[in-house]
Design a protein around this ligand. Structure first.
Ligand code: IMP
Ligand code: MG
Length: 176
């Protein structure tokens, strides 16, 4: 399968994603049952994951979004992080769960967590659909929920893009 100029092959299918999302949702319902968590979705890559995960939530919760960009269209993570849309709600004293598509080097997650900590939330945790353990450069203590651990492959689909293409795909594919 081609996305822009690169070839991709299947890695995780839609059924496996659905199963994992349901399991994480059940865990969140349990872990946050006595709080009113504020979910912070990180756009663009996590938009499908956020939508599917939030439908599994059965406890009172709120959802808001922020937009960060770090890849600039290539297949390698860069150290530059651009704040595109800032949080519009006050998070002081709130239980925050950040929802990300993927933690690669960890730079983006670290940047966002440190930024949100300054606003004095009660707690802050991170839920990421994908994690590339071998690529991680910073230990992220807040990373409590991971959908799938994957190898250091570049992936697209289910929200993730290559040069803004491939986000609509139901399955996740890796670069050949
Ligand atoms: P990090 O800052 O290196 O952890 O990278 C995090 C961001 O880079 C993610 O939120 C994604 O937007 C992007 N990213 C990392 N790996 C991939 C990939 O394999 N495919 C598509 N985007 C990726
Ligand atoms: Mg992202």
């Amino acid at each position: 399968m081609k996305v822009a100029d690169l070839d991709f092959e299947p890695l995780i299918n839609a059924e496996a994603i659905e199963k994992r999302v349901k399991a994480i949702g059940a865990q969140l319902n349990e872990d946050y049952k006595d709080t009113k968590p504020l979910f912070v979705g990180v756009l663009n890559g996590s938009f499908l994951f956020i939508a599917d995960l939030i439908k599994q939530i059965e406890i009172p919760c709120e959802i808001t979004f922020t937009k960060l960009a770090s890849y600039y269209g290539g297949t390698k993570s860069t150290l530059k992080i651009r704040d595109d849309i800032d949080l519009s709600v006050d998070i002081k004293g709130r239980d925050i769960l950040i929802i990300e598509d993927i933690v690669d080097t960890g730079n983006t997650a670290h940047y966002l967590i440190e930024k949100l900590k300054l606003k004095e939330p009660k707690s802050i945790k991170l839920c990421s659909l994908l994690l590339k353990p071998a690529s991680l450069k910073i230990k992220i203590e807040e990373l409590k929920y991971v959908g799938f651990e994957i190898a250091n492959d570049f992936v697209v689909g289910y929200g993730l893009d290559y040069q803004e293409m491939g986000r609509h795909l139901k399955d996740i594919y890796k670069k050949v």
